[in-house]
Design a binder for this molecule. Structure first.
Ligand code: ATP
Length: 399
């Protein structure tokens, strides 16, 4: 094979969207025909770091690049005896592809220490370097000056001139350990894998026995229309998935999802009786608007009839139509699950499902924008708590 082949090595512990960003930029910049992603066995400069197994890092790389045709994941370094050195890998690649231009891809932090690498001059003999800045404010010109320390051959080191994506695996490991949301830094499939494997000290997959709640399921099947019962079950499933993705409580998500519409098909006067018994704050507007009764009524019904006392579940059912300021995670999950469950087929549902991939709060903000615009268009009154929710998520997102 002739043409250009890139080699992108790293610990990838875990692989993140900064890596992906660099990979795509390098493919475009150097016109690569192929980019080989190569998790390192024990990188010499990180030999004392505690890392997850090579097989797990390899699998995360496969997941993160599964949709990029030019990317190939290699276990070459993982299969070597002892420490892995980039020089050996580049030489192996050059021997495998003698007619190709070999491009070694790296971030600016690696360029800084390149002249400490084993046989770095020989790497430069065999390969060209493609580098991307990792810090905002670190200009391409500065990197070019640094590169001039190693070589004066034109084109030996190319600096990619795109805005840096500031993220590191170290930061992600810390965030995961604190159960923080990393969805804007990690591929969705990688997040799911990390959770399944229980990596980085994050809470293991919660798992619970859905049979515990079969009486709730029977109730909704008996008391709601077939369509509404199916919707409730779909919302419960969507809510569990969201809880898994965003470190929420899967069991509570299931229960709240299953029961969120439990009162929806009761006669309005019965619903209103439940509404009037709600200890939560209910506006005069909600007390007068039939379409809004069922959420408040449901939150009272599940306490009185099923003995549910969990305040998060109660709030999630109560606010699933109007939302509120300072909404907790479970309430957000149910609000969004209700909009994206499998049975939903409104015009913008695909867009909404995409927003969810960008974060729960992003999805909340977009959902509220849509709901407010719709209400304004129809000249409907807007409940104060919906406006508060909009202001809250706008502030969170702007931060
Ligand atoms: P750690 O925080 O554990 O040191 P890392 O985020 O630096 O990890 P590595 O696996 O060590 O990731 O990096 C592999 C390669 O990817 C290195 O060349 C590194 O410079 C580059 N790289 C990592 N993150 C970025 C990023 N956000 N932008 C550009 N290059 C990056």
């Amino acid at each position: 094979m002739s043409g250009a082949i890139g080699i992108f090595g790293g610990t990838f512990d875990p692989i993140h969207l900064g890596h992906r960003y660099l990979a795509e930029a390098a493919i475009a910049e150097a016109g690569l025909d192929k980019l080989i992603i190569m998790p390192a066995k024990i990188p010499p400069h990180k030999a004392d770091a505690k890392i997850v197994s090579g097989e797990q890092r390899l699998e995360m790389c496969r997941l993160a690049f599964s949709d990029l045709d030019k990317a190939e994941i290699s276990d070459h370094e993982l299969g070597q005896e002892g420490k892995s050195y980039s020089y050996n890998t580049v030489r192996w690649l050059k021997e495998s592809y003698p007619d190709s231009r070999i491009c070694f891809i790296m971030g600016s932090d690696q360029l800084e220490v390149f002249d400490t690498w084993y046989r770095w001059q020989d790497i430069l003999e065999l390969a060209d370097i493609i580098v991307l800045s990792r810090e905002d404010g670190l200009a391409a010109e500065v990197l070019e000056k640094k590169a001039a320390r190693f070589t004066d051959i034109p084109g030996k080191v190319t600096v990619i001139r795109v805005k840096p994506f500031e993220i590191s695996s170290t930061k992600i490991r810390k965030m995961l350990g604190n159960n923080e949301d990393c969805s804007c830094y990690l591929d969705k499939k990688v997040i799911e894998y990390i959770k399944e494997e229980g990596l980085y000290n994050i809470a293991p997959q919660q798992g619970f026995d859905k049979k515990k709640y079969s009486s709730y399921k029977s109730y909704i099947k008996e008391h709601l229309s077939k369509k509404r019962a199916q919707h409730s079950m779909n919302v419960a499933d969507a809510a569990v998935k969201l809880a898994r993705l965003y470190n929420g409580n899967e069991e509570k998500a299931y229960v709240a999802g299953l029961l969120h519409d439990v009162c929806k098909e009761m006669p309005p006067e019965i619903q209103l009786e439940y509404v009037m018994r709600s200890p939560l704050d209910v506006s005069e507007y909600e007390k007068k608007t039939t379409a809004l009764f069922h959420a408040v009524a449901g939150s009272v019904f599940i306490q009185e009839e099923f003995g549910i006392a969990d305040p998060e579940i109660i709030r999630a059912v109560r606010y699933h139509t109007v939302a509120c300021g300072d909404m907790d995670k479970l309430s957000q999950i149910i609000y969004i699950a209700d909009l994206i469950s499998d049975d939903r087929d409104y015009k913008d549902v695909k867009k909404m499902r995409k927003y969810v991939e960008q974060g729960l709060e992003k999805a909340m903000l977009e959902a509220l924008k849509f709901s407010l615009a719709d209400s304004v268009g129809k000249e409907n009154t807007i409940p104060l708590c919906t406006l508060e929710a909009y202001n809250y998520f706008l502030k969170v997102r702007t931060k």
